[in-house]
Design a binder for this molecule. Structure first.
Ligand code: DWN
Length: 408
């Protein structure tokens, strides 16, 4: 364990929750030429702070290594774009946003969300460090700063007279080692009556559904409402509303306002009570998680072995970060999963790190007609199965790994 203190509250009282061994970086997909060198691996271990109850990795990989060039393009998942569109409609109506307002998104990726404000004539600003992704946002008319979001950036933008009426931060709160600076930066950039709308995977869903493949080096933190509120309060934000949403295997969507008069509503009070009732603030809540995860990994492995023993060929769908963790945890290479398909051009022609399984465009399913296809992007299974109905009509079978391996 290389971590000596909780990255959120500073406590040294850290207790092991589970280890997935040495794992490659989930989105560091090697090209053919890069296969000559081994894929870098780092310990993937989760600990819990007994002071603020935040789960976090022992190892943090420098953010430029992970995010300066990025394999993930949000717009390549239609359900993400639809989810973003619905969120924007909700926030626009609730806040009565118009041409005099400003909406900022941190980790704005390829403009998948802010484009919907642009189309409604509402001024936006994206902030994202991925130099290969930001041009796609600019093409969608989303002005974007290609930088990491920090208090230095927030103060610089404030000094130009900019304040945000809404700040979106989806699937980024888990990704930032200096998380206190990040939340302070949100508070500093918000207008006095502004709101932050933050979505991040919910550790309760991970624990209840054994979503171990959502644990990877990009995800440093795994939040409960309790640990998230402790982080926000420390940095000048008050959680005023919370919803549980199904996105990415189950997430929290919190609405936060700058401290002072802001107060938690009944959704926050209710979820606090639920978490207390479950004992989520204590390490015991996660006591058997490691054992249950390793038993699940073994059961997925034997599920696949049985199908191969029966003479079936198997491919994968979604070269997701989850796929890298799943396949490396299974020790499954091309001898088990012949190839993976993905609709992201950046990923096609590359390989799943560690196990070196080739990634092709989805058209490969009908060209090659594997008997089975395991959906590694299981969080989007309904959309994927509907899209690939021709594969099913041709006799193909979709498999799902969670919450236990099964035929979809
Ligand atoms: O936090 C993160 C989440 C939001 O996204 C990032 N750190 C990394 C990433 O995790 P992931 O790669 O596991 O996310 P997804 O969204 O489950 O990945 C889906 C993959 O499947 C993408 O590569 C796109 C692909 N896909 C596809 O090829 N056809 C997805 C859909 C819906 C499709 O129809």
């Amino acid at each position: 364990m290389t971590l000596s203190a909780c990255r959120s509250c500073g406590s040294s009282s850290l207790h092991e929750v589970l280890s997935l061994g040495e794992m490659p970086l989930a989105n560091a997909l090697p090209t053919e030429a890069e296969l000559a060198a081994p894929d870098a691996r780092f310990p993937l271990e989760v600990v819990m702070c007994s002071e603020c109850s935040l789960l976090q990795l022992t190892e943090s990989v420098p953010p430029p290594t992970l995010f300066a060039e990025y394999a993930y393009f949000s717009s390549r998942s239609e359900p993400m774009v639809a989810h973003a569109r619905a969120l924007v409609e909700e926030v626009r109506a609730e806040r009565a946003l118009g041409p005099s307002n400003l909406v900022v998104e941190v980790a704005s990726n390829d403009g998948y969300l802010l484009q919907h404000y642009v189309n409604a004539g509402i001024p936006v600003l994206g902030i994202d460090p991925a130099a290969n992704v930001v041009p796609h946002a600019l093409e969608r008319g989303v002005p974007t700063l290609c930088e990491f979001f920090t208090t230095e950036l927030a103060e610089r933008v404030r000094a130009e007279g900019t304040r945000a009426d809404v700040i979106h931060a989806n699937n980024v709160l888990a990704h930032v080692p200096d998380i206190n600076d990040f939340v302070t930066a949100i508070a500093r950039l918000l207008a006095d009556d502004g709101i932050a709308v933050v979505e991040t995977p919910y550790v309760r869903d991970l624990a209840e559904r054994l979503e171990f493949d959502t644990i990877y080096h990009e995800h440093i933190f795994y939040y409960s409402l309790h640990s998230l509120e402790a982080l926000f309060e420390r940095n000048g934000l008050t959680v005023v509303h919370v919803d549980r949403i199904p996105m990415h295997g189950g997430s929290l969507r919190v609405t936060a306002a700058r401290g002072g008069a802001a107060t938690a509503d009944e959704t926050v009070l209710g979820l606090r009570d639920e978490e207390k009732g479950l004992g989520m603030e204590a390490h015991d809540y996660y006591g058997d998680l490691g054992a249950r995860v390793h038993a699940l990994i073994a059961s997925i492995r034997s599920f696949l072995d049985d199908r191969i023993q029966a003479g079936r060929t198997i491919a994968g769908y979604g070269a997701a970060a989850k796929a890298t963790v799943m396949l490396n945890a299974l020790g499954a290479g091309p001898e088990t999963i012949e190839f993976v398909v993905d609709g992201t051009p950046y990923k096609q022609g590359r390989y799943v790190p560690g196990v070196r399984i080739p990634i092709f465009a989805p058209e490969m399913l009908l060209e090659h007609k594997p008997d089975d296809v395991m959906i590694f992007a299981w969080n989007f299974a309904p959309s994927i199965i509907a899209k690939e109905s021709a594969y099913v009509d041709a006799g193909g079978t979709f498999l799902l790994p969670l919450p236990a391996p099964h035929v979809a």
